[in-house]
Write a protein that binds this ligand. Structure first.
Ligand SMILES: *Cc1c(COP(=O)(O)O)cnc(C)c1O
Length: 437
């Protein structure tokens, strides 16, 4: 899938992408939830991330409604976008949280999530992280190996805390996505192999402080097909039956992970109704509660990265547009060769030609788009990079000593800074130029 990403497989459906983001054109100006994005850029500068609260709400509501026939909980995957304003919004909608570190636990709790609504996932939790999660009373700790399970047993015994445990299974299901974000196939680092699940369940049942409450999987990210979910759920249900046959009847939750795909270019995104149609019939007679852990699906389309054109130049037969957002701000194009649509904030009906949109970072891999047909942009003009709400700011770094951009929330005609632009002084706070005296 390395191909077809920097350039979409078909023509990107820009109208559909704008609709997904809750964006519209009014007299050429790009408007999000009644706020012209040019006004946001003028207020906070560029680069800047902007999130549309209305479109996050709409996504949550669509998925929640689609699953209404069965008991379910939507646990938002904090790693997709951990901004407290985003977390607060999802918490208020009724979501739980899926976390992968003690840092995310702290974020989720700071945003108001009660610990019992948190699922702790991740292949490499430290003893300290397990201690913090047990002490907080996290809803489910999903373990991924026999050794982690032993550590969790000793942590829980030491703390004298009862802990609800999920077994994250590797169901050995192939999902068609980028290899870096395919996580449910055997031979990769994630999950407990199916043939070790009953033993793990027996071990849990034998510990006074542990209770097996969930069987879980996570197949990968940016999945656009429901087939892998169906296959995976069938394998998990078979395992629940095996565990019950072994006399362990405490499992109440089937956790199918996240991975619901969105539209970045020409792909067909996961439709909540199609997802529900695939999942609900399998779950209906199980008596289990469905947990689903979407990250990207809830917030990906709702976010844009605003950036300004610094310079243009022609070199080696190519045209370059140099913008003020780099790979440190949005790493997905260089890391996954991900396609992100780029649109003008003020459309002017100019001729279109292919350009490389590149950032200021001192790496040739620092690009947002290659050979992209774009209108002839002028210096100082601004564009929006679409689909930047998930795995955008959270993966930003300060490489090249570039402060991380601000995050702005837009809702019903108003906008406010949810996180200010990082200051240069923050980049070396705590550093010592003479640590040895
Ligand atoms: C990353 C992750 C998710 C969220 O993935 P998305 O593709 O953003 O939906 C959910 N569950 C687990 C365990 C994860 O690691």
């Amino acid at each position: 899938m390395g191909q077809g990403v920097l350039t979409p497989r078909g023509a990107a459906d820009v109208e559909a992408l704008l609709a997904d983001a809750g964006l519209e054109r009014r007299a050429g100006s790009l408007v999000m939830a009644d706020v012209p994005l040019t006004a946001v850029a003028e207020a906070v500068g560029t680069p800047a991330y902007v999130y549309n609260a209305e479109s996050i709400r709409a996504r949550y509501a669509a998925l929640d409604a689609a699953l209404s026939a069965i008991p379910h909980r939507i646990c938002y995957a904090v790693k997709a976008n951990g901004n407290l304003a985003v977390l607060r919004l999802l918490h208020e909608l009724g979501a739980g949280a899926d976390i992968v570190s003690a840092g995310e636990l702290a974020r989720a709790r700071a945003a108001g999530f009660p610990a019992e609504r948190v699922v702790f996932s991740g292949v490499g939790k430290s003893a300290e992280e397990l201690r913090e999660a047990a002490a907080a009373g996290v809803g489910h700790i999903n373990v991924e190996s026999a050794e982690e399970l032993e550590l969790l047993a000793s942590v829980a015994a030491e703390a004298g805390r009862r802990v609800s445990v999920g077994i994250r299974v590797n169901p050995d299901v192939t999902a068609d996505t980028h290899p870096y974000i395919s996580t449910g196939k055997s031979g990769i680092k994630f999950g407990v192999p199916t043939d070790q699940v009953v033993d793990a369940a027996r071990f849990i049942a034998a510990q006074r402080e542990l209770e097996l409450t969930s069987i879980a999987m996570h197949l990968g990210s940016q999945l656009t097909d429901t087939g892998p979910f169906q296959e995976g759920i069938q394998r998990l249900l078979a395992l629940v039956a095996e565990v019950r046959t072994a006399g362990i009847t405490s499992v109440k939750v089937l956790d199918v992970g996240g991975g619901l795909g969105i539209r970045y270019g020409a792909e067909t995104p996961m439709d909540p109704a199609a997802f529900a149609a695939a999942v609900v019939p399998l779950m209906a007679s199980s008596g289990l509660t469905l947990y689903v852990e979407p990250g990207r699906f809830l917030v990906g389309s709702a976010g844009v990265l605003l950036t300004s054109v610094l310079f243009r130049k022609h070199s080696g037969g190519k045209s370059f547009v140099i913008v003020d957002a780099g790979m440190n701000d949005l790493v997905r194009p260089s890391h996954y060769h991900a396609y992100h649509e780029i649109v003008e904030l003020e459309a002017a009906g100019r001729p279109v030609g292919p350009v490389d949109v590149v950032g200021p970072v001192c790496e040739t891999g620092d690009f947002l788009a290659l050979d992209r047909p774009l209108p002839a942009l002028e210096r100082g003009e601004r564009v929006a990079v679409l689909g930047a709400g998930a795995y955008g700011f959270v993966m930003a770094s300060s490489y090249n000593a570039r402060p991380r951009p601000p995050e702005v929330m837009v809702d019903a005609g108003r906008f406010a800074v949810a996180r200010p632009r990082e200051e240069v002084a923050e980049l070396f706070r705590g550093e010592r130029s003479t640590p040895l005296g």
